[in-house]
Design a protein around this ligand. Structure first.
Ligand SMILES: [Zn+2]
Length: 123
């Protein structure tokens, strides 16, 4: 889900999602898909399920939620309005599996198609 934790520790950080909003990996936008160049915000961001806005930081959360409920949220959100439900379900499944790779509380960032945990900050 979206977090503002560690925001600003990487150059170009931004977060226009709602804190705690579910996010997913939206992949490249159509601009990137067209010319193959990751020169826009989608190369470092996750997309918020409900708002469709972007954030560069997401945290792995242990939510009282099953994959099916998460998929329903993704289908119902603004982010994938106009996307067929099969694609939305597949997106949700992929994001769910991605989050399973790290322990709860891990802040994840993306660089194009790679995802990595962000170094935990001492505060
Ligand atoms: Zn883009």
């Amino acid at each position: 889900m979206a977090t503002r934790k560690t925001q600003g520790s990487r150059e170009g950080d931004f977060s226009r999602t709602i804190e705690g909003e579910l996010v997913f990996d939206a992949g490249p936008c159509t601009g990137v898909a067209d010319d193959g160049e990751w020169d826009c915000e989608c190369s470092i961001a996750f997309r918020g399920v409900a708002t469709g806005e972007l954030t560069t930081t997401a945290v792995v959360a242990d939510l009282p939620m099953r994959l099916k409920e998460y998929q329903e949220a993704v289908c119902d959100g603004l982010a994938l309005k106009g996307v067929c439900s099969d694609c939305a379900l597949e997106c949700a499944r992929a994001a769910w599996k991605l989050a399973m790779r790290w322990p709860t509380g891990t802040v994840i960032e993306r660089h194009q198609t790679r995802f990595a945990p962000r170094q935990r900050q001492q505060s």
